[in-house]
Design a protein around this ligand. Structure first.
Ligand SMILES: NC(=O)c1ccc[n+]([C@@H]2O[C@H](COP(=O)([O-])OP(=O)(O)OC[C@H]3O[C@@H](n4cnc5c(N)ncnc54)[C@H](O)[C@@H]3O)[C@@H](O)[C@H]2O)c1
Length: 263
């Protein structure tokens, strides 16, 4: 018996390492998944690694309403309903203070608005199935100011707020809505940033996380699967930090500024 036995799910942003790992974990726990992403090549590749009976790739641009409609319709036709939605599609489009209005709106569209619109579209189907669960991918970047992010942070902070409001609005339909906020995860962007050097990434992680390392995609997937499952039946409107303690501690976390005082 898996935690998601018989559940029918959509995962957006499923073509990248974190998303594909979430899809794989959901399938392992018994779910059937529609992996939706704008990246056709990676999406097909990741889906083909898994059981074709349990995962199907759909090319979807989450910012296009007609494509969201089609995604929901096709999922219901193919799987008979929808029980779980994971909103993971995201962009890091961000030029800090120089960001144009167009890019601000694009980033908000991909990261925030599209997930909210897809949630609204799947909610009636979840209600028809007796309830469901939505998991939104947020981030530590939505909780703290960071030198590398500005626009992205705002989109992720907004996801935390939208998650609470979705939980409120959808409670009478039996739909739970939560978010997961990862810290630095061994992911496509971090691999690009470090040239694939995990030791380098963990070296940074040593200074940021109480775990002394960055996180693994499986550790994000565990949290998503839990929140999507009936084991989280009394959990809604909240955020699960998968961040190695990043948000539990302050700037003096690793003792550097205090060291002279402590010695
Ligand atoms: N990498 C990390 O350390 C980290 C930390 C915290 C949160 N997250 C979150 O995890 C999720 C995955 O992030 P990642 O770092 O792997 O990034 P990524 O850029 O590798 O993945 C984003 C995915 O979204 C897809 N996507 C982008 N625009 C889309 C669109 N318009 N329609 C459909 N799909 C679209 C991309 O093709 C890609 O597969 C994101 O929600 C991100 O905010 C990541």
């Amino acid at each position: 018996m898996g935690d998601l036995d018989g559940k029918r799910a959509i995962v957006t942003g499923g073509a990248t390492l974190i998303g594909a790992t979430i899809v794989a974990a959901m399938v392992r726990e018994g779910a059937t998944v529609v992996l939706a992403d704008i990246d056709e090549e990676a999406g097909r590749r990741e889906a083909s690694r898994l059981d074709p009976e349990r995962v199907v790739f759909r090319h979807v641009d989450v910012t296009a309403d007609d494509q969201l409609d089609q995604l929901v319709d096709e999922t219901v036709t193919r799987l008979g309903g929808i029980d779980v939605l994971v909103n993971g599609a995201a962009t890091y489009l961000d030029n800090a203070l120089e960001t144009t209005r167009e890019d601000w709106l694009r980033a908000l569209d991909v990261n925030l608005v599209s997930g909210a619109l897809l949630t609204a579209r799947v909610a009636p189907h979840m209600a028809a199935a007796g309830g469901g669960a939505v998991v939104n991918l947020a981030s530590i970047s939505g909780k703290r100011a960071q030198p590398l992010f500005y626009v992205y942070s705002a989109t992720k902070a907004a996801i935390l707020g939208v998650t609470r409001n979705e939980a409120l609005k959808l409670s009478d339909r039996g739909v739970r809505v939560n978010s997961v906020s990862p810290g630095w995860i061994w992911s496509n962007p971090i691999q690009e940033m470090t040239g694939g050097d995990r030791a380098m990434a963990d070296g940074v992680g040593e200074h940021l996380f109480l775990t002394g390392r960055i996180g693994d995609p499986e550790e994000v997937a565990e949290a998503v699967v839990f929140l999507a499952s009936d084991r989280a039946s009394f959990i809604t409107g909240t955020d699960l930090a998968v961040d190695g303690g990043y948000t539990a501690i302050g700037p003096e976390q690793m003792g550097q500024p205090l060291r002279p005082l402590l010695e």
